[in-house]
Design a protein around this ligand. Structure first.
Ligand SMILES: [Zn+2]
Length: 308
């Protein structure tokens, strides 16, 4: 067995080093396109002042790591994630990769597929461009109604970088049929569905398609905890468990964050609803501790861990 670890801001962490992991949150994001003035601008001390208290709140609840989902094109700042991480001694898993159109910096638009692959590989195996630690995974996206040629170029490059490193690819993709198209591209490049996370799976309202993605081998992710009615999220989770796909399910809030487009970074939303509200409700529904530990510890570790 390979020695598997999460590659974090604070170095590699093994399964036994970790408890609960939040697989989709944000410390810093900029949803303006990269050509906008001020894009991705922010000072470490300001980001730490705003976000360290949010990290301290989840540390007190027993959360041991979170996954940053801001990627290239939406204000990824691996240096700022590192600053917050060091200030709180809390590990964060940060991606390489790039978001969908139109959040494409000019250089990504014009780079060859081989150059994009080499860039992702460098960030995964050596260091980020803007900070001296390794990317933990690859985050990208596809258009709501279909994959554009540019997005397909990024996905093919990502698949080869994933094959070389074992890093998982996660994609912000709204429709289940577009996820299926992405899996076609991955498999054509020799990649594996189980190294792919369908982010925002809840946006596809046809549960049959949620399940079809899981049946194909990919991870599915309900990442609207605390942002939608608990009852609906609980029903989705119970349906996935009933279908026998609980070991492929990730749950998270998709909140935070320092937003450089807002004065002072805006007002962050806390990462606490899962621990404080949803898990107690799932316990009341009779879901056992082994299953809950699977959902909140083992699944995110298994999804994001890479061979060392
Ligand atoms: Zn997100």
């Amino acid at each position: 067995m390979a020695d598997m670890a999460l590659l974090t801001t604070l170095g590699p962490l093994r399964r036994q080093d970790l408890g609960m992991i939040l697989p989709h949150e944000h410390v810093f994001v900029d949803l303006r396109t990269p050509d906008q003035p001020g894009y991705a601008g922010g000072e470490a001390e300001d980001v730490v002042r705003l976000m360290a208290p949010e990290i301290e709140r989840i540390k007190a609840l027993g959360v041991t790591a979170l996954v940053e989902c801001a990627t290239g094109g939406v204000g990824r700042r691996a240096d700022l994630d590192l600053a917050v991480s060091r200030a709180t001694q809390f590990p964060i898993v940060v991606p390489t990769g790039n978001y969908r159109e139109p959040w494409i910096p000019e250089w990504v638009g014009t780079a060859s597929e081989a150059d994009l692959e080499a860039w992702m590989l460098r960030e995964l195996t050596e260091r980020f461009d803007e900070a001296d630690y390794k990317a933990g995974w690859i985050k990208l996206s596809a258009g709501d109604d279909g994959i554009t040629p540019l997005e397909a170029k990024i996905l093919r490059a990502a698949t080869r970088a994933s094959r070389a490193t074992g890093a998982v690819i996660g994609s912000h993709t709204i429709k289940g049929r577009v996820v299926m198209d992405q899996l076609d591209i991955i498999e054509a490049e020799g990649g594996r569905a189980d190294r792919f996370i369908s982010i925002h799976t809840q946006e596809e309202r046809d549960f049959g398609l949620n399940l079809a993605v899981a049946e194909r081998g990919a991870w599915i992710e309900y990442d609207h905890v605390g942002r939608a009615e608990d009852a609906g999220i609980i029903a989705l989770i119970e349906n996935v468990l009933a279908a026998g796909r609980g070991s492929q399910l990730l749950i998270s809030h998709d909140v935070g964050w320092f937003d450089p487009a807002q004065p002072g970074g805006g007002v962050p939303r806390p990462y606490t609803h899962l621990s404080e509200v949803l898990l107690p409700k799932l316990r009341e529904r009779g879901i056992d501790e082994t299953t809950l530990t699977g959902l909140t510890h083992d699944n995110p570790f298994n999804a994001f861990a890479r061979p060392l």
